[in-house]
Ligand binder design. Structure first.
Ligand SMILES: Cc1ncc(COP(=O)(O)O)c(C=O)c1O
Length: 379
């Protein structure tokens, strides 16, 4: 099945009523038919039919082996980190969601997990950072917020030659545009809060493991059952409803984002535009090879920090808010919001500064969005 059909139908098996919309199973526990007998559902932390339906749909979309739907993107990232043991080493993209860096540096460092941050678009730098103890390479591509593109296939090869796993945070593109597992990644994860939800009304996360990785899937299943990060069945149903429109949303968001990125490039107060769909973007060619779209995220820099801050206050249609991927366009100020706790040296390395703004393009009319940006930039 093609993506649009998977998004609408998933693995949906009709129940006896023929309900087109997946029922919401609110039961926390399930009756056993008899001693040592099970319907396949025993206790809600282990499995729930509504959540299971969502997990099957995500597995199909990512072309993976098995998926866990969780209560946030951070919960999914936490499970990935829980695979590690004291003394293990991780190579991270140096441009990364700030919460991921906080979890690694504040929590897992205390448990003896060592981290090196490198520009993962530079394969030589990644190779140089490898250690005998490296167990994981963890990337975002495009990265948040500098939109750096890393070569998933080459990094998977590097990781596997070193006996490590490659995990890709696929939040910015969604599986509609990029399927890291088909390029050799072992794990793909999402803040489901973003494009997969698409309506800024659910906090969710996903972790999918590649096919034929049964031992890894078994380890993750034990970590999930032991720590209980699961998504509720109400939220699982909302996410199923969101998935049905994923393709139409992200394709329109990407088309509008490209127009806005090109327009921003012509604006006199804009000094730089970061969008992988621009021919001038250093990752353009690679993105064309490994993804089928460029996404709806556009970062840009303006002349001064003062202007960046004034723009936030002048917006009328676009909301000044954290997060991304929803039908409503949002403008974020990474330096003081999503990346406030990012170590200074990482921000210096990638150029993340107080002149940078990150636009998540929604489903509004492109002309209206440009009109709002125009008045905010040029007031
Ligand atoms: C790229 C990326 N990954 C992970 C997360 C964390 O997801 P959540 O907020 O759903 O926990 C975010 C949140 O902004 C993100 O932007």
């Amino acid at each position: 099945m093609k993506d649009f059909s998977i998004e609408v139908h998933g693995a949906h098996a009709y129940d006896a009523t023929g309900a087109i919309s997946e029922p919401i199973y609110l039961s926390a526990t399930f009756r056993h038919p008899g001693f040592r007998q099970s319907t396949g559902y025993d206790y809600g932390r282990v499995a729930n039919p509504t959540r299971g339906e969502l997990e099957s749909a995500m597995t199909m979309l990512e072309r993976g082996g098995c998926t866990w739907a969780m209560s946030s993107g951070m919960a999914a990232i936490n499970i990935v980190f829980m695979l590690l043991s004291a003394g293990d080493h991780v190579i991270f993209s140096n441009d990364l969601y700030g919460g991921t860096v906080r979890l690694a540096n504040e929590v897992y460092a205390r448990y003896g997990i060592e981290a090196t941050y490198v520009d993962t678009s530079d394969l030589a730098a990644v190779r140089a950072a490898l250690r005998p103890s490296t167990k994981l390479i963890y990337i975002e591509t495009p990265s948040n917020p500098m939109m750096i593109i890393s070569d998933i296939r080459a990094l998977a090869d590097l990781a596997h030659d070193a006996g490590a796993l490659l995990a890709v945070d696929n939040t910015f593109l969604s599986p509609h545009f990029q399927k890291p597992l088909t390029l050799g990644a072992d794990l793909v994860l999402h803040s489901g809060t973003k494009y997969l939800c698409g309506h800024n009304d659910v906090i969710a996360g996903f972790l999918t493991v590649a096919e034929n990785h049964d031992a890894l899937a078994e380890r993750i299943q034990r970590l999930v059952v032991s720590s209980g990060p699961n998504l509720s069945s109400m939220d699982a149903w909302l996410m199923l409803r969101s998935l049905k429109t994923l393709g139409v949303r992200v394709e329109r968001q990407a088309a509008t984002a490209k127009r806005i990125a090109e327009w921003l490039g012509t604006q006199r107060h804009v000094t730089q535009v970061y969008y992988p769909g621009l021919l001038s973007h250093p990752g353009y060619e690679l993105q064309c090879q490994q993804a089928t779209g460029f996404g709806g995220m556009v970062s840009f820099k303006v002349e001064s920090a003062e202007l960046a801050q004034e723009i936030l206050g002048r917006l009328k249609l676009i909301a000044f808010a954290e997060s991304l991927g929803g039908v409503e366009s949002l403008l974020t100020y990474p330096k003081v919001q999503t990346h406030a706790e990012m170590p200074e040296e990482l921000m210096r390395a990638t150029g993340l500064d107080d002149k940078l703004l990150r636009l998540s393009v929604g489903l509004e009319d492109a002309e209206d969005l440009m009109e709002d940006l125009d008045q905010a930039l040029n007031a």
